[in-house]
Write a protein that binds this ligand. Structure first.
Ligand code: DAH
Length: 340
């Protein structure tokens, strides 16, 4: 009785395997016969009704049958896979004469190249590179830099406020304060980073751009050190024959303050379209750190002095690569970026 039943399950399964035209149908057959609720499995589950003495024999029949079904299924599967492959090979031809697909490798952005160049120059002079927060407290961005509430410089650098006290920094100068507050002297650092201002977008303005801040604090630092450092920087960046000019300026956090121009590296100072006929190009702001700024960060101005500078990174990138519109740096047009 049981033997006939097992025999008929086997025949049914083999027939269905034979007729199965696709891999998913084959899988269904497996579930129907060998799965948890499958027909052959049911026989095993019904073993409790079989006389104890017959159980080993019945068990052996079931196992044999399962092996037979599995083997048939395996054969059917490899036949099907082979025919699927043969089908594909019929219409998929490989043209070995086709040129290979080029792997496109990205470029460093002109800003990044300029930044790496600046970092190379300053670390070469023993500077450390530090980072400051882009989201900043009013105190670090303004107050501790001698720009109290109501100071006109605050209006000029109007920015994006998170709330009354927290804002997107308008300048990297706040990093100076963070460094000074650490109380580790001397300091010799540059701090590159992104800054924000609520400016309209045009060829020379963007609501988000980058600066590189510099700060040196030690005993006996004078304007001569500032000048020597920045002259060396300009020569390394624009060439040995670059001339440098300091114009008096005002920054609330330095006294005296200056802006530094370099002789136009295109026309060597004669005056051209590039330097707008001036022969000079402005590249940074600088000055001796204001004694009050030192005091606010708990540094004794009688013992320590220092200088600081701020460079617009985009300005350097635009100059070095002779790009005449800042917007190009942010549009991510691959045809533009591919040139660097
Ligand atoms: N933070 C100034 C700006 O955004 C740039 C600057 C000028 C930074 C002079 C300095 C400095 O550290 O000494 O216009």
């Amino acid at each position: 009785m049981i033997k006939d039943n097992i025999e008929s399950i086997k025949e049914k399964a083999l027939k269905q395997i034979e007729e199965a035209g696709a891999l998913d149908v084959l899988n269904e057959v497996r579930v129907n016969f060998l799965g948890k609720k499958g027909e052959l499995t049911a026989v095993l589950k019904g073993m409790k009704d079989v006389a104890e003495s017959e159980r080993p024999t019945v068990g052996a029949w079931v196992n044999e049958t399962r092996d037979v079904i599995e083997k048939a299924m395996e054969e059917a599967r490899s036949r099907m896979e082979e025919s699927v492959l043969n089908e594909r090979l019929k219409y998929e031809t490989i043209d070995v004469t086709l040129p290979a697909k080029k792997k496109k490798i990205g470029h460093r952005h002109p800003n990044t190249i300029a930044l790496e160049e600046l970092e190379r120059i300053f670390t070469g002079m023993g500077y450390e590179v530090v980072e400051g927060p882009e989201v900043e407290r009013d105190y670090y961005n303004f107050e501790a830099l001698n720009i109290p509430d109501g100071h006109p410089a605050k209006d000029e650098q109007d920015t994006f406020y998170i709330n009354g006290d927290i804002l997107l920094r308008t300048q990297t100068s706040g990093t100076q304060v963070h460094e000074m507050e650490k109380g580790r002297l001397p300091i010799k650092m540059i701090s590159p980073g992104r800054v924000f201002r609520s400016d309209e977008v045009d060829a020379t303005h963007s609501p988000s751009f980058h600066q590189v801040e510099g700060l040196v604090i030690d005993k006996n630092i004078s304007f001569a050190d500032l000048k020597g450092t920045l002259v060396e920087f300009a020569k390394q960046l624009f060439g040995e024959d670059t001339k440098v000019k300091f114009r008096p300026h005002h920054f609330p956090f330095t006294e005296p303050s200056a802006e530094m121009d370099v002789s136009c590296f295109k026309c060597k100072g004669k005056g051209c379209r590039f330097c707008k006929g001036e022969g000079w190009i402005e590249i940074l702001g600088c000055g001796m750190v204001h004694p009050h700024v030192l005091e606010m960060s708990r540094i004794d101005p009688k013992e320590y002095t220092g200088f600081a500078f701020g460079i617009g990174l985009e300005r350097i990138a635009l100059l070095k690569y002779e790009i005449d519109d800042m917007r190009l740096l942010y549009e991510n047009d691959i045809r533009f970026l591919d040139q660097f």
